[in-house]
Structures are given as C-alpha cells and as structure tokens.
Design a protein around this ligand. Structure first.
Ligand SMILES: *Cc1c(COP(=O)(O)O)cnc(C)c1O
Length: 218
C-alpha cells in the first residue's frame, strides 16, 4: 500500500473528532511530501534535530509535533516553530519549554506524558505525580508552556485487555483533571498497533507511523 492509500484508509477509519499525527521519524522528505500532497498537515517526530531539518525544507503550514523524549538542551531549536510537545515527562523540561517560549514570544502547547505501561523503559509522570501537579497548581507556573492535555503509551503487548485497561486509566485521569478545573482538550493515545482500542477508550489524537509510512529501518 502506498502512503496516499494508507492516509485515505485513515481518513475513512477515524472519527472526525480524532486528529491524526503522521509519525514520520526516520522517513525521508519525499515520504512527507507525498503525505503533504495528500492533505496531511500534522507530522510527528521524535528527534528535535531531525524535525528541525524537515521543518526547514517543507511548507510552513505544517504542524510539527514532538512526540519523543525531549533533551532539555535541545528545546531551543524547536521553540520557534513546534506546535505541540507530547513528551513533557519531567518538570525540568517543562520549565525549559516555558523559558524558550518566553524568549520566542510564544505560548508553546504541551501534553504531560503519563507512564501507563508496565514496561520500565517508558518515560512519564505517574498518575500520583499528575494529581500533585494539579493540586499544587504547577500548571500556573509555566504559562508559556501551556499544558493542553495528556499523552500516554500503552504496553507493547498482544494482551488487548491490558492495553485497554491502561488507556482506560489515562482517560480516567484526563476526566479527573478536567473535573478539578484543568482545561484539557487533547488526549493523545494510540499508535499503529492499538489506535482502535485507544479511540474506543476516548483518545482524540492518534500517533500513527508504520501504518502510514511502512516499517522503519533504523
Ligand atoms: C514511533 C512512535 C509512534 C508511532 O509508532 P507506530 O507503531 O509506527 O505507529 C507513536 N508514538 C510515539 C511516542 C512514538 O515514538
């Protein structure tokens, strides 16, 4: 299947309320150009350097989403243009995004990444930490790194019940945050292997790579 056929599939497959982030990490510019020609306007990358190179070469109306783990010393390179940072997983990086937002006279939209998978390797705040952040009103401390929602990655597992339970937990936290006065709009969960479950559990933004661009060669 070609990139445009895959995008067409997703256009039909996804409810209108769900945004599609086309995860183009490791893929060449030609692949992104093809997706762009077919109408895709949101691209997700996990390395700031690679994303910045692509941003420089492609039409400026594209929205760039940083979906990976962010190194504090590289925030400055994406601060002038990034549309949404999904992987805010510690206070230090959040505060740096705020600082760089101020410098660039921008409010940079962010998602707090929540650790919902069992695997040790996945980054993110715990549910308890998110509750503390809300209780302590930390959200008010970084107005130029405005949190607009939550992001999570489920376990990389064939156990669908487990994946579903992890997404359900994140949705619960998202609803609780809004009950406590947060104005969260974006719930970013679901990738190529689990986006349907994620949508059933309330996701309104999915990050899809291999099901659009094919497998990645690292
Ligand atoms: C790579 C990546 C994706 C996309 O993964 P696919 O399985 O190829 O769809 C989504 N989210 C994050 C955080 C990623 O790093």
């Amino acid at each position: 299947m070609s990139i445009s056929e895959n995008l067409k599939f997703f256009k039909n497959e996804l409810p209108e309320t769900v945004s599609l982030v086309a995860v183009s990490k490791t893929k060449p510019l030609e692949d992104l150009e093809e997706a762009y020609k077919f109408g895709q306007r949101i691209f997700g990358e996990n390395k700031i350097q690679e994303m910045t190179d692509k941003w420089q070469h492609l039409p400026k109306e594209i929205e760039w989403h940083m979906i990976g783990h962010v190194q504090t010393n590289k925030v400055k390179y994406m601060a002038p243009y990034v549309s949404l940072v999904h992987g805010v997983d510690r206070i230090k990086v959040w505060s740096e995004i705020h600082k760089q937002g101020l410098k660039n006279d921008r409010v940079i939209h962010c998602l707090l990444q929540v650790h919902i998978a069992e695997e040790e390797t996945k980054f993110g705040f715990s549910t308890e930490e998110i509750k503390e952040i809300i209780a302590r009103k930390t959200l008010l401390e970084f107005p130029n790194a405005k949190v607009v929602g939550l992001m999570g990655m489920a376990s990389n597992s064939d156990d669908k019940d487990k994946v579903r339970a992890e997404f359900k937990g994140l949705r619960k936290l998202f609803d609780l945050a809004n009950e406590l006065g947060c104005d969260f709009k974006v719930l970013s969960m679901g990738m190529s292997g689990d986006y349907s479950i994620a949508i059933e559990e309330g996701s309104n933004m999915v990050r899809v790579g291999s099901k659009i661009f094919g497998h990645r060669n690292y």
